[in-house]
Design a protein. Structure first.
Length: 210
């Protein structure tokens, strides 16, 4: 099978590797290659280090950039944009693309901290605090003796908030969660001291304490 395209490509079964700039390659399904063949794609790097397959129109007065994932998913529902499930902006296979809200895309981000876990930070001598950001607002989930306890509390809150869109610290199989999750799922941890309550009084605190 030969399809005329502006980029070099290699067919590997039902997958196509498209050669970009910067030594990068884009993946797409063979069935989608005709949709992408009419563009000259390059690797567009973001400050975060992630890269996307982009086509830039440099004509005077008509500067514009088109991304491969938007070509493959051209009609998102209101308030949603294409999301790469594995967070690899160059993996444009159909099984790796879905529509997501801005909040869901934030849930599918890394966001690791110095603690080594997403959603967990050291709280001085008090232990480790779990926090989650929902729709731009940060909420405290509680303070724990170990970073792992805090990380698991974050995971439960993230799964309750974003479901399949949540990128969590431990395998989803660790959590026996019902198919329909409440908006706030309680975490089990020891009661916080009054001083800790005062420290975090300025931020929103969700009732995740048992």
């Amino acid at each position: 099978m030969t399809i005329e395209a502006k980029n070099e490509y290699v067919i590997e079964g039902d997958v196509v590797r498209v050669k970009l700039t910067r030594g990068r390659w884009m993946l797409c399904d063979l069935a989608d290659l005709p949709k992408l063949a009419g563009y000259r794609w390059h690797a567009a790097a973001r400050p975060s280090g992630r890269a996307y397959a982009a086509n830039t129109n440099n004509r005077p007065g008509a500067l514009s950039t088109t991304y491969a994932h938007n070509v493959l998913m051209p009609s998102p529902p209101a308030g949603m944009t294409p999301d790469h499930i594995d967070m690899d902006g160059l993996n444009n296979r159909a099984g790796n693309l879905r529509y997501a809200t801005h909040s869901q895309q934030k849930g599918n981000s890394l966001g690791w901290s110095k603690s080594g876990f997403k959603g967990v930070s050291r709280n001085g001598i008090h232990g480790f605090q779990a926090r989650i950001r929902i729709n731009g607002k940060q909420a405290g989930l509680g303070t724990f003796k170990t970073a792992e306890e805090a990380a698991r509390c974050y995971d439960r809150a993230a799964l309750a908030t974003w479901g399949d869109f949540a990128r969590i610290n431990f395998p989803p199989s660790d959590y026996a969660l019902p198919a329909l999750l409440p908006s706030v799922l309680p975490c089990s941890h020891e009661k916080e001291e009054e001083e800790e309550e005062r420290i975090f009084s300025e931020q929103t605190v969700l009732p995740f304490a048992s």
